[in-house]
Structure formats: structure tokens, C-alpha cells
Write a protein that binds this ligand. Structure first.
Ligand SMILES: NC(=O)c1ccc[n+]([C@@H]2O[C@H](COP(=O)([O-])OP(=O)(O)OC[C@H]3O[C@@H](n4cnc5c(N)ncnc54)[C@H](O)[C@@H]3O)[C@@H](O)[C@H]2O)c1
Length: 435
């Protein structure tokens, strides 16, 4: 027998719903019910009005469960719009106006500053989450502020905010760097990867596809999409269907999602597979960064090795080289072909490796750090755990060389020297990091 639920009582077509007329309907009762209904409707409308229009600079938290994890950020109002416009104003004849998501992040800060330096309009967006020390993100924000880049505090899942930004500025380009990064953290907080790298990316693309004009989008994928691929160096044509971590899987999903939005809506999309980026203002969750911190503190560092004492190596890529690759991708990005959500023709869809083409064993990285810090590291050699990290990365960059003019010029020794100088200055000789 079919089980009836209370849901079965609702009309399937709302427009056809008719109230039953009861023969026992009493006129006065009817009048008092209407009065009550009118009263409570007024109260309800009043509450909604207060909730939404409390202040011009607040955005509501959606009742949509997929967006409940959004923190409320304050945005909007004439002064805020003025700052947005001024930050995104193009200062050269052929400049572009770029919305940089993840602008308070490591790569985002460097890319935003470089764009601003050459006269492009730049507006940053970042949710300042606490995956790593938010005070470092605030310090990067202050740095950008001084060079005239405003970083709006907000989440890429907030469609109302994104629509507002496109209403205020007709961005020609989006440099999408906001993401939940890190391989091991995915086992602790998997939903943060889905929230930022999948739901957030789709939300951003939805707003971009409806914008008029549609922007061209350059976004950060990752070398991690090569996963268990053993053919080296990694070429864009190699298989990427064996991710070794949830992080990698969400980046791979991003590449498939990019294909869909390009195919259906004519969005111009370029994915960049970064290979272990390092440098000043870097990320504290990355090995070169926490090795430096721990060597300075005299703490033992864990260095991984593969099966049979196999070398673990990374194609470390210096931040300035990555920035040049990002700018090259923005400058060669063709316009999106759609408008107002409708495709008008085929649009550009690209993916490039941005690496250094010279993998360095992690043990050598430690030796360079020891020399630069003038301290001996306490090394603890451990087996590489099977929780996301791969043993080896090595980029084939011939496509980026040919099409973006990408040519990395910084070796690990030179790049780490610049990082160590920054680290010691920023953390006041290691004192701030130790506290
Ligand atoms: N650094 C690397 O070695 C490396 C390697 C491969 C790929 N990538 C990718 O490059 C991009 C930049 O990486 P990074 O090293 O600068 O990382 P990062 O964590 O320093 O920067 C990302 C920024 O995005 C912000 N963010 C995260 N989720 C957000 C959301 N939902 N809404 C708004 N802001 C959000 C964070 O607060 C952070 O400031 C990321 O997409 C990352 O996955 C980086």
C-alpha cells in the first residue's frame, strides 16, 4: 500500500489549488480569521523588511542550506562602491580591469600587485578564512592597500555580492585564485574543499556567464591533478583521472566544470596548473615555510622518502615566475563570446602547466635552507604517507612557453634566498613565529 505523507496533501500545481468551501463556514469566524491572517501577514512582511533592509551595507545569510556556512560580511553602500570603482579603474590605454579572487592569499597578493604596477584596474576579493594564520592575510591586504588595491571581504559563494561587483565594474577579466588549498587538510575538513573549489567556482562562473559583457577567466588548477600519473615530465596531454587527494579531485572537477561553462555559455577559460609555488609572503602550510620556522626554533623536521628510500622531489616554482605566467595568460586570453547567459560562438578553452622544469629533492631543499639560515636541521626521515602527497612532480612547460611566453628564470637557491630574507624580516628574526 502506498504510504501517504503530509507532502502528498499539497497541490502539485500551485495555480490550480482551490480551497474547499465548507457548508459549516461561519461568517463571523471567517471575518476574524481574515483579520488575524492580515495581522500576521503584516508582521511577517515587516520582519522580512527589517531583515533585508536593516542597513544598506549588510548582506543577508541565505536560508539555502548550501550557503549556510557563509559568514556574513559587510559590504555595499556609496562609500564602498566608490572604493570598488577606484581600485578597479584602469590607468593605462590598453589596460584591463581584473577581479582577483583570493587576493589576500599568497599568489593573489603577488598577482594583484603586479597588475596594479603596470596600470591595470584591480579589485581583490577574499574571505580571510583561518586555514592558516589570518594575520598574514591581513598583512598582505595592508600591503595591497598601500599600492591602491582594495580587497573586498566576502565569499565567492555569495552570488549577491558577486553580482553587485559586476554591476559596479564591468570587469574584462577574472583571475580566480580563491580556493581551499593543501593536500592533507582535506582529511580533516573535506567540505571546505567542496565549498570553495567546487560550489564557489560554480557560483563564480554562474555570475560571470550572466554578466554583460562576460569576462575572460584565468583560474588556478594544480599540478596535483596528475595524481598517480608516473610518466614524467607531466604534459597537459597526460592522464589526470587518478587524483591522490580530495584537493586534487576538486581541482580536476574544476577543469571539467570549466569545460562545461565554456561549451554551454561561451566563457573564455584558461586553467593554470601551478607546481609547488614558493617565495616571500608564502603559505605557512607548505614545507619550505614550516621547515624554515622549525629549523629556526631548533625543532626536528620530518622529511619524507618514497618506497625503497626513493627520492621525494618537487618542481619548485618561484612566485615571480608564476606571476609572469598568470599575466601572460590574462594578456593572451580571448574574449568570452556569450552575453547575458547566451553563447554566441565557440570560445577559448586552455590549460597550461606552470612549473620550473627542474625537480629538486626535498633533502636538497633542506640543505639550502641550512646554508641560508646558518643552522643545522634536525632531520627525521619518514615514509611518505599515502594520504595525498605524490612522490615526484615535474612540469613540461612547452605549451606555456609557446603560447604565453612563459619562461621561468629563478632557481631554488636564488628563490629561497629571497624567501629567507623576507621570513627573517617579517618574523623579526624568528621571534614572532616562535611566539
Ligand atoms: N601555492 C601553490 O603551490 C599552489 C600550487 C597549485 C595550485 N595552487 C592554487 O593556486 C591558488 C592560490 O593559492 P595560494 O598558494 O595563494 O593559496 P592561499 O590559501 O594563500 O590563497 C587562497 C586565498 O583564497 C581565499 N579563499 C579561500 N576560499 C575562499 C572563498 N570561498 N571565498 C573567498 N576567498 C576564499 C583564502 O582566504 C586565501 O587568502 C589556489 O587556487 C591554489 O589551489 C597553489
Amino acid at each position: 500500500m502506498k504510504q501517504m505523507s503530509h507532502l502528498d496533501d499539497s497541490p502539485s500545481t500551485p495555480g490550480k489549488f482551490k480551497m474547499d468551501k465548507s457548508p459549516y463556514f461561519h461568517r463571523t469566524r471567517w471575518q476574524s480569521s481574515v483579520a488575524k491572517l492580515a495581522f500576521w501577514s503584516l508582521v511577517f512582511v515587516g520582519l522580512i523588511f527589517i531583515f533585508f533592509y536593516r542597513s544598506p551595507s549588510s548582506n543577508p545569510v541565505s536560508s539555502d542550506p548550501s550557503r549556510r556556512s557563509l559568514r556574513t560580511y559587510s559590504w555595499g553602500g556609496p562609500a564602498w562602491e566608490k572604493r570598488v570603482r577606484s581600485s578597479a579603474r584602469v590607468r593605462t590605454r590598453h589596460g584591463i580591469s581584473v577581479l582577483v579572487t583570493g587576493a589576500a592569499g599568497f599568489v593573489g597578493t603577488h598577482v594583484s600587485a603586479a597588475l596594479k604596477r603596470r596600470g591595470d584596474g584591480v579589485l581583490g576579493l577574499d574571505n580571510f578564512n583561518d586555514y592558516y594564520d589570518p594575520s598574514l592575510k591581513r598583512a598582505r591586504q595592508a600591503l595591497l592597500e598601500r599600492s591602491g588595491v582594495f580587497v573586498v571581504e566576502g565569499d565567492i559563494n555569495d552570488a549577491a555580492l558577486l553580482r553587485k561587483l559586476f554591476e559596479v565594474v564591468p570587469f574584462t577579466h577574472v583571475m580566480h585564485l580563491a580556493a581551499q588549498a593543501g593536500v592533507r587538510y582535506a582529511m580533516e575538513n573535506p567540505s571546505s574543499y567542496v565549498h570553495s573549489n567546487i560550489a564557489g567556482f560554480v557560483n563564480l562562473l554562474e555570475v560571470c556567464k550572466s554578466a554583460n559583457p562576460q569576462p575572460a577567466i584565468v583560474w588556478a588548477s594544480s599540478s596535483s591533478v596528475y595524481g598517480l600519473n608516473t610518466k614524467v615530465p607531466f604534459s597537459e596531454k597526460d592522464r589526470t583521472d587518478q587524483p591522490a587527494s580530495l584537493y586534487a579531485a576538486t581541482k580536476k572537477a574544476g577543469e571539467e566544470i570549466a569545460h562545461t561553462y565554456n561549451h554551454i555559455y561561451g566563457l573564455s577559460l584558461t586553467g593554470l596548473r601551478f607546481f609547488t609555488v614558493y617565495g616571500p609572503w608564502g603559505r605557512p602550510d607548505m614545507a619550505y615555510f614550516f621547515f624554515t620556522r622549525d629549523i629556526l626554533k631548533g625543532k626536528t623536521i620530518s622529511i619524507f622518502e618514497g618506497a625503497n628510500h626513493g627520492t621525494v622531489a618537487r618542481d619548485f616554482t618561484y612566485i615571480d615566475d608564476i606571476v609572469k605566467g598568470c599575466l601572460g595568460a590574462l594578456d593572451t586570453a580571448e574574449k568570452s563570446t556569450g552575453s547575458g547567459g547566451k553563447k554566441r560562438g565557440a570560445a577559448q578553452l586552455r590549460v597550461f602547466n606552470l612549473g620550473n622544469t627542474s625537480p629538486v629533492p626535498v633533502t636538497d631543499l633542506v640543505t639550502i635552507l641550512e646554508r641560508l639560515l646558518k643552522l643545522k636541521a634536525k632531520r627525521n626521515i619518514m615514509k611518505l604517507p599515502r594520504n595525498g602527497d605524490v612522490q615526484f612532480t615535474h612540469a613540461n612547460i612547452s605549451s606555456a612557453q609557446r603560447e604565453l611566453g612563459y619562461k621561468p628564470t629563478t632557481d631554488l637557491q636564488t628563490g629561497l634566498k629571497k624567501f629567507a630574507r623576507w621570513y627573517l624580516g617579517y618574523y623579526n628574526g624568528g621571534k614572532k613565529a616562535a611566539s
